[in-house]
Design a protein around this ligand. Sequence first.
Ligand code: SAM
Length: 378
Amino acid sequence: MNNIKLIATTTFGLESTVKRELLNLGYDNLKVSDGAIEIEGSYNDIPRLNINLRSSDRILLVMGRFKALSFDDLFEGTKSLPWGDIIPEDGHFIITGKSVKSTLYSVPDCQSIVEKAIVDKLKQKYKVSWFQKTGAVYKVQVSILKDIVTLTLDTTGHALNKRGYRDNAVAAPLKETIAHALIDLCYYRPERTLLDPCCGSGTIAIEAALKAKNIAPGISRKFVSEDWDIIDASVWKGARSKAFSSIKVDFMPSIYASDIDKNAIEIARHNAVNAGVDDCIVFENKPLNQVKLPCRYGICICNPPYAERMGEIDEVEQLYRDMGKLFRDDNTWSVYVITSHEGFEKLYGKRADKKRKLFNGSVKVDYYQYFGLRPPKQ
Ligand SMILES: C[S@@+](CC[C@H](N)C(=O)[O-])C[C@H]1O[C@@H](n2cnc3c(N)ncnc32)[C@H](O)[C@@H]1O
């Protein structure tokens, strides 16, 4: 079916990254709002978006949107939508909900009204009085914002940051989707050398390697809508084959990742093997104050401890000073650091060229950006 609407959801602050990814995949007519980018497309776009997007959290299929000031409005609006075109007789539908600044504020009540309306609609189609719900999962989300109801179906399942390669992590790992956004926000070019001197589970290095080799993040994992009848298995197969054939097999990016913690390096290496990019990353177990810059004109992206979440304040502050020292004598390096520590610039010893506010989970952070000299034209 054509002319459906899909929503790529994202962490607040990463909308521009996801929009850029969508434009690169050839989508236009995008509507951007807080934490969401709406896309016009067809069912065949569901596999493509799930497999390829790097910074989006999930892909929702919009079933309908209408105003509701009463439970009757909600019931009738929900029942008018074509649920039976998508949910089969054995479909396992689940309702979740949220309501913000709306007349209908009781989320459990809204969920049960929506469920009743969907059951009524499906009964009309399947002529049964009871649904076994033994089949594929259809997670309906009722989202009410300022009295406007949006009903969606989640096509993703486990969120898109679950690429499948990170089966072990250090404390306070970055979400893979955020790690990718940090890379995107510094306009990383795969020809440049990348360094993460506090690599933990290796997320930034691995995401950079996946991007450099054009390996789609969802190439090897499963999505909940793969079990849906509305998308033929051949469409999923086609989207995966296209992703496989787009991999730059012979390209070898230059990526360095180190950490003071030996266990972290073992975990990071293991994750890189899982992701199939261990041959692109040089892992080393060493403290930041022993790191030597491997070349000129590199890019450092780093998610050091913030002291709020791990590490002691004195050690963390010394680490930030050491970071400043590492780059003090080489103005060809571009340095990008994400932290919630408000004294970062002072400890690093330099004002950032640019700062960007982001969220790392529920923690408000700044992404400090120091631009190095541009490499000479080859
Ligand atoms: C917030 S974690 C990084 C998480 C990582 N981005 C991930 O996704 O797993 C910070 C890391 O910095 C490392 N670290 C702390 N002090 C360090 C130092 N002086 N030199 C190098 N690494 C250090 C810790 O061992 C930890 O793995």
